[in-house]
Design a protein around this ligand. Structure first.
Ligand SMILES: Nc1nc2c(c(=O)[nH]1)N[C@@H](CN(C=O)c1ccc(C(=O)N[C@@H](CCC(=O)O)C(=O)O)cc1)CN2
Length: 297
C-alpha cells in the first residue's frame, strides 16, 4: 500500500498551532503581523499571495497586503520594504517571487530586515542555516521535513536525491537533510540540468525530492521499489477545465505511486505545507521581536 501524504491535513494541524500561539501573544497584548508584497500581475503569484492572506485571517495573524505596480521601479519596491521594516505591527515580511525582469531579486531580499525575513532568503539567514544554526528555515524545505517526519520517514543514513538546485528549495533542503539533526543525517545528492545519468541516481535513492519545475518529469521507471517520493513541483498545464489549466507536479503520480511506499500529491501536498511554515516563521519572528515566549506550532 502506498501512503499518500495529505498536505492539507498536516498544514491544518500547523495552522491550529499558529492560532493557539496567536492567543498566547494576544494575552500579552501582541498581534503577530505578516506583510505580503507582490509586484506585477503574475496570476500564479496572485493566487499564492491571496491564499497566504486567507491563512493569516483564519489563524488570527494581522495580514498586511501591499501591491506594487509591475511597471514601478526597483527603488519603489525597496521603499515599500523599508517602510515595512520600520512598522511595529509587522513581524514577518515576504516578497513574492518571481519578480519582474527589471528588478534584481537578490537586492530586494537583501533589503528585508533579517529578523523579519519570513521566507528565510536573506543572506544572513541563509548563512545561519548553512552553519547549522537556522533562524528561519525556508518554508518549502521546512514543509518537506515536516512531511517526512509525519510519514515516519527517518532520513538518518538514507540516500536522498533532490532533483533541482534552486535557492528556494534544492540548496536549502540539501543543507537541512545533511545536517547532524534528528530530521537530517542523510546522504544528499543534488541533481540538475547538467547531471549525467539522472535515472541511475534516482533509482539508487531511498528518497527522491522532485523540484525541477518540469511537469511530470520523474516517472515510475526512474524509482526503486519502495522509494519515498516528495513532489515539490506545481505546474499549470493547459487543459480543458474551467480555469483553462490543471495543476501537475514534477512527478508522474500514476506511474510513481506504483513504485513508491510514500508519495506526496499535487495539489494538496507540499503547497499547503509551504504556506503553513510561512506562518510558523511569522510566529518565530514575533517571538524574537517581542520576547513573548509563545509555543511554536
Ligand atoms: N517569496 C516566495 N516566493 C515563492 C515561494 C516562496 O516560498 N516564497 N514559493 C513558490 C510558490 N509558493 C509560495 O509562495 C506556493 C505555491 C503553491 C502553494 C499552494 O498552496 N498550492 C496549492 C494549489 C494552489 C492553486 O490552486 O494554484 C497546492 O499545491 O495544493 C503555496 C505556496 C514560488 N514563489
Amino acid at each position: 500500500m502506498t501512503d499518500v501524504i495529505d498536505g492539507n491535513a498536516l498544514a491544518d494541524q500547523v495552522f491550529d498551532g499558529v492560532s493557539d500561539a496567536v492567543d498566547e501573544f494576544e494575552a500579552e497584548g501582541v498581534t503577530p503581523g505578516l506583510a505580503t508584497v507582490i509586484m506585477g500581475e503574475d496570476p500564479a503569484s496572485q493566487t499564492y499571495v491571496n491564499m497566504k492572506q486567507r491563512d493569516c485571517e483564519k489563524a488570527g495573524v494581522n495580514g498586511v497586503h501591499v501591491e506594487v505596480d509591475g511597471d514601478a521601479s526597483q527603488d519603489d519596491l525597496l521603499d515599500t520594504v523599508a517602510d515595512l521594516n520600520d512598522r511595529d505591527d509587522v513581524h514577518g515580511i515576504l516578497v513574492q517571487t518571481p519578480l519582474p525582469d527589471h528588478v534584481d531579486e537578490r537586492e530586494v531580499m537583501n533589503a528585508i530586515d533579517p529578523i523579519k525575513d519570513a521566507d528565510g532568503f536573506h543572506p544572513e539567514n541563509v548563512g545561519r542555516l548553512v552553519a547549522g544554526e537556522a533562524r528561519f528555515k525556508p518554508c518549502t524545505p521546512h514543509g518537506v521535513q515536516r512531511m517526512l517526519a509525519h510519514a515516519d520517514v527517518d532520513t538518518e543514513g538514507k540516500d536522498v536525491v533532490i532533483v533541482g538546485r534552486s535557492n528556494i528549495v534544492g540548496k536549502p533542503l540539501a543543507n537541512l537533510l545533511m545536517q547532524k539533526a534528528d530530521d537530517g543525517n542523510a546522504t544528499v545528492t543534488v541533481c540538475h540540468s547538467r547531471t549525467t545519468d539522472l535515472e541511475a541516481k534516482t533509482k539508487a535513492a531511498d528518497v527522491v525530492v522532485a523540484a525541477a519545475g518540469l511537469p511530470e518529469f520523474v516517472t515510475g521507471d526512474m524509482l526503486s521499489e519502495g522509494a519515498v517520493v516528495i513532489d515539490v513541483g506545481i505546474n499549470r498545464v493547459d487543459a480543458d477545465t474551467e480555469k483553462g489549466y490543471e495543476l501537475v507536479g514534477d512527478v508522474d503520480f500514476e506511474s510513481a505511486s506504483e513504485k513508491a511506499s510514500v508519495i506526496s500529491p499535487v495539489p494538496g501536498g507540499v503547497g499547503p505545507m509551504t504556506r503553513a511554515m510561512l506562518l510558523y516563521n511569522t510566529i518565530k519572528a514575533t517571538r524574537l521581536q517581542t520576547g513573548v515566549d509563545a509555543t511554536l506550532p
